[in-house]
Structure formats: structure tokens, C-alpha cells
Design a protein around this ligand. Structure first.
Ligand code: PXP
Length: 254
């Protein structure tokens, strides 16, 4: 049996950042999303922030209408966002921290301290059929808590690992990669599906794509930035190529 395809979710938030810099409608994140889909993205990710600094409510509505691939709707665990998600019923919701106090030291959601509230928060989303993912640090305590509150998926925060690569801090890079490796295996052993993302670039993606348990990567800022230089489609194709190359070297754990 071959390995299941590792999905690439393309985050189009920063197309909206550029649009919003001038107001108006250009560049259109929906057009970028359709182009990403045609370039082989397995899903589109968009984060509707409480302050609407990039993606807007109308963008989410438009994405739900035009996409053929699943939408991964990133949102804070607020009542307002829950209502929006329940109205649109996206394929997946990924719960992310937006405020400092919701974060663990590594930047993911602080699940362990808020288990009860989050368990109640997630239940209606699961009831309408959304796959619930929790964006967390590679931290055993947070993973156990995510499992207890009924998440199907965790997305491991790769930000600290990517920062270490950008800063050429090899000690931190190795420490972060070891934690991601160990915690991906631990989460998988609990029955959680493992995704990863944040800050990934061509320089950092391969070791993460090579982790046998990682079924999906969500990548945005770098791809949108790189599309200035080589175009969105070639930028995505190159990321896909690097992921496929890394995946070809790993053993199945399913
Ligand atoms: N995954 C999650 C949960 C995120 O919040 C983000 C950023 O919005 C990403 C992945 C993508 O990160 P980046 O834009 O740095 O690639």
C-alpha cells in the first residue's frame, strides 16, 4: 500500500492583505484561490480574523461558493466566529489563537487550561460536520488536551522551527524539529490526524513533509510572496515538488 497523498493547503490571506492596503477589490483572493486550486492545491485555507485585517466575511462567502476543493476555515474560539462557521459549514475549521493570553509560549493555542470551554465550543461545529483542527505547539500536554476535547486533527505550529532556519540557529532548528517529530508520532498514536504549518518555505518544508504522520501542510505567506517573483502557479508547483520529493523517502505509518 502506498502512502496517502500529503495534502497542500494554500493559505490566501495575504492576497487580501495586499488588496486591503489600497481598499477596493484588487487583487482578488478568490481568483488566487481558484488559481491555487488549478495549480494542485488540495485545499484553501483562510483566516477570518476578529479585526478583519485581511480576509473579509464576503471573502469567506465567496470561497464557499466558488471552491471545488475543501475550505479550511481558520478562526479564533469566539462566539462570533462560531456563528459564522455554523452558517457556512466549511469542510474544516482550525481553531487558532489570536490574543496573547490564548497562546502557549511556543505560539499555539492554550488548550490545556481551557479544556471545558473549548470542548463545549467545538461540539456544535462537529455536529454540523466540520472537521475540527486545533493549532498547537509540539507540546505533549496540549496534544493530550486536544485529544480529550474531541478534536480530530491537530496542526503543529512550525513557526519556531522555521524562524530558527531563517536565523541560521542550528541548535534551535534541531531541537524544534526533534519536538515536532516526536509530537507528530505521539499525536498519531492517539488517533489524531496530524497537519503542520506556519512559516514554511522552500528551505524549511522538506523535513516537515518527510514526517511520516503529517498528512497536510498549510502554507501561505511564503507562497504569496514568492508568487511576486515567479507567479503563483510555479510557486505552488515548486512547493508540491519539494513535498513529493520528501514524501517519496518515507515509510507509511497508517
Ligand atoms: N496554519 C495556521 C493554523 C495558520 O494560522 C497559518 C497562518 O495564518 C498558517 C498555517 C500559514 O502560515 P504562513 O502564512 O506563515 O505560511
Amino acid at each position: 500500500m502506498g502512502l496517502p497523498h500529503q495534502r497542500l493547503g494554500v493559505n490566501i490571506d495575504h492576497v487580501a492583505t495586499v488588496r486591503n492596503a489600497r481598499g477596493g477589490a484588487y487583487p482578488d483572493p478568490l481568483r488566487a484561490a481558484k488559481m491555487a486550486e488549478e495549480a494542485g492545491a488540495d485545499g484553501i485555507t483562510a483566516h477570518l480574523r476578529e479585526d478583519r485585517r485581511h480576509i473579509s466575511d464576503a471573502d469567506i462567502e465567496g470561497l464557499m461558493e466558488v471552491l471545488s476543493v475543501p475550505l479550511n476555515f481558520e478562526m479564533a474560539a469566539t462566539e462570533e466566529m462560531q456563528k459564522i462557521a455554523l452558517r457556512h459549514k466549511p469542510h474544516a475549521v482550525c481553531i487558532v489563537p489570536e490574543k496573547r493570553e490564548e497562546r502557549t509560549t511556543e505560539g499555539g493555542l492554550e488548550v490545556a487550561r481551557e479544556e471545558n470551554r473549548l470542548a463545549h465550543f467545538l461540539a456544535p461545529l462537529r455536529d454540523v460536520g466540520c472537521r475540527v483542527s486545533i493549532f498547537i505547539a509540539a507540546d505533549r500536554r496540549q496534544i493530550e488536551a486536544a485529544h480529550r476535547i474531541g478534536a480530530e486533527v491537530i496542526e503543529l505550529h512550525t513557526g519556531a522551527y522555521c524562524d530558527a532556519i531563517a536565523e541560521r540557529d542550528l541548535v534551535t532548528r534541531d531541537r524544534e524539529l526533534a519536538a515536532l517529530t516526536e509530537m507528530a508520532a505521539f499525536a498519531h498514536s492517539l488517533g489524531l490526524e496530524v497537519h503542520a504549518g506556519h512559516g514554511l518555505t522552500y528551505d524549511s518544508v522538506s523535513p516537515i513533509a518527510a514526517l511520516p504522520e503529517v498528512r497536510e501542510l498549510n502554507i501561505g505567506h511564503f507562497l504569496i510572496g514568492e508568487s511576486i517573483f515567479r507567479g503563483l502557479t510555479p510557486a505552488i508547483h515548486e512547493m508540491r515538488r519539494l513535498m513529493d520529493e520528501a514524501c517519496a523517502q518515507k515509510e507509511d505509518v497508517a
